[in-house]
Design a protein around this ligand. Sequence first.
Ligand code: DC
Length: 212
Amino acid sequence: MKRYQVIAIDGPAGSGKSTIAKLLAQRIGFIYINTGAMYRAVALVHKRKKGNPVKIAKELNIMFKGEKIFLGDEEITDKIYTPLVSKLSSDLSAITGVRKALVQKQKELAFSFPIVMEGRDIGTVVFPDAEAKFFLTASLEERAMRRKLQFSDPRPIEKIKKEIEIRDRQDSTREDSPLKPADNATIIDTTGMDIEEVLTLILRELKNKGII
Ligand code: DC
């Protein structure tokens, strides 16, 4: 069976991947998949019930319905974006069994529809043969500020910066599937750029490649 087209968007926390991937998918009529939400959902279940994280990942019944994320019948969209779940998702994402279970689910999705998938290892591990790969970055200052505004986080910016820094270090130094650009990814430093500018760059490249 042949899979549909895949556009991979990777990058560190707060690099704008979610916003860009979501809008891009809407514009080109692909389905948007947020793999970070899968790791976060595993962390939420583990925080509540403890238990074996690999088993939790294997049994994860996560569904994306428009902007909303569900675990079975429960809407978890806001519940997975707390500082505690952010840290725990990064911790649990270093476990190979957890990654294997979620990567399997991610791969299967491309057999149902064309996708824009965002995460940390999409271009390197999940779809090394993706039709297009982008790696978004931005300065730590700007990423922390975007997080603060996006989630109306009342905490001091220095605290948010520290959290992002710790999570990025953890995500990029783990043994299994560390955060890094794929060799053939287009790297975009979005510092000082607005959303439309980034989208324009990506759309131009997709046109050049004949994907749209
Ligand atoms: O994209 P995010 O910040 O919502 O992701 C939360 C955590 O999940 C991130 O710190 C590391 C992990 N993650 C991962 O290891 N691989 C992915 N493809 C996506 C997220």
